[in-house]
Ligand binder design. Structure first.
Ligand SMILES: NC(=O)c1ccc[n+]([C@@H]2O[C@H](COP(=O)([O-])OP(=O)(O)OC[C@H]3O[C@@H](n4cnc5c(N)ncnc54)[C@H](OP(=O)(O)O)[C@@H]3O)[C@@H](O)[C@H]2O)c1
Length: 326
């Protein structure tokens, strides 16, 4: 495989983590980084070894040699940042949640198709070995038909008015930041629900915590709790007619999945420790797609990104939650 010239937009927390994975990939060339500040761009470039840096996203998009760009800015900026990259002929891996709502997501994905460029939501959970093993177990019929899913993602995060998480103008709130993981898991395994029952604790114009139930006509249901106000273990259980699977704490990035039979006896345990920090699988998936010339990852297809966004829109509608530009 050849090397791919990576660019990064935004120099915040996750950009540092992702750049660490890039730095360790033998197929990634650290080409360029963009920040709103020259100084931050230079520091980031020096820290990781990017050869170019830009103090403006626009200048980066127009002038840099990057061919694939990882976008790590707040949700409210994803549409314009990703658009800028596509307009300038760059492939895109954009952080979740892809945009604020379904119309924005559909507009962006249509533009990527029009430009014939690779585009993927950075749903790293779906690229991870334990997640893929869980799907293999289910596809092989080892737990039978899924009847119940329970998945949580709630951390105690002290309120900070400057943090994007608590700012409606940045696309804040726990649904788009954390709830997207349990919803993506549920949608991936059970599809679009027939009924959504949900409630949120709203404060500062965002959902500080929420509780979501998806119900299906065949009787299956999924229960999901997300938030910034309480700490949960954030594990998941997927229970079916023949057995069940547990995904360890922090289910979206766990290194352990266990398959049980219906009586609760362990059948198989799959453990896979990360070689770097867990983002290497997503990097590998992007390289695999670029190498083979496909514009969409089969692990994170555009149709799933849109479907999950529609579900999140429906939850927000139940709570009367809108972002400033809506
Ligand atoms: N995959 C994962 O595991 C994971 C984990 C955490 C977050 N995320 C996602 O990654 C994205 C960024 O999250 P983060 O936690 O890294 O956020 P963060 O630490 O706040 O960093 C965001 C960066 O975006 C840039 N930015 C552009 N416009 C901004 C604005 N109006 N306000 C604040 N920053 C702005 C800033 O970089 P410059 O100043 O350099 O321009 C900032 O450092 C979000 O979409 C989030 O959902 C994913």
């Amino acid at each position: 495989m050849r090397k791919f010239r990576w660019g990064v937009i935004g120099t915040g927390k996750i950009a540092h983590t992702f750049a660490t994975a890039l730095k360790h990939s033998e197929y990634a060339e650290l080409c360029a980084v963009a920040s709103r500040s020259d100084e931050k761009a230079r520091d980031f470039a020096e820290k990781f070894g990017f050869s170019e840096y830009y103090g403006s996203y626009k200048e980066f998009a127009e002038k840099s040699g990057a061919e694939i760009v990882y976008i790590a800015t707040p949700m409210a900026s994803h549409l314009s940042d990703a658009w800028l990259c596509l307009e300038n002929g760059k492939n895109v891996l954009c952080e979740k949640s892809l945009t604020l709502n379904t119309p924005q997501t559909e507009k962006l994905l249509a533009f990527a198709k029009e430009k014939d460029l690779f585009f993927m939501e950075a749903m790293w959970m779906k690229c991870r070995p334990v997640y893929r093993k869980m799907k293999e177990w289910i596809a092989s019929g080892l737990i039978g038909d899924i009847e119940y899913i329970k998945a949580d993602f709630s951390n105690f995060i002290p309120y900070n008015e400057n943090d994007r998480l608590f700012r409606s103008d940045c696309g804040g709130g726990c649904l788009l930041d954390l709830g997207i993981y349990p919803i993506t898991l549920t949608h991936d395994l059970l599809g679009v629900p027939d009924e959504i029952i949900s409630s949120a604790h709203m404060m500062y114009g965002i959902d500080m915590s929420n509780s979501i139930l998806f119900r299906y006509k065949n009787g299956a249901f999924s229960s999901m709790d997300n938030g910034f106000e309480i700490q949960l273990r954030n594990n998941a259980i997927i229970s079916g007619t023949k057995g069940f699977i547990t995904l360890g704490n922090w289910f979206h990035c766990t290194d352990e999945g266990i398959l049980y039979d219906r009586s609760g006896s362990e059948v198989e345990r799959f453990v896979r420790k990360d070689d770097i920090n867990g983002y290497e699988y997503e990097v590998d998936e992007v390289h695999r797609c670029l190498e083979s010339g496909i514009k969409e990852s089969p692990l994170v297809p555009h149709s799933d990104t849109v479907a999950v966004m529609k579900l999140m829109d429906q939850c927000r509608a139940q709570w009367g939650m809108k972002f400033p530009e809506e």
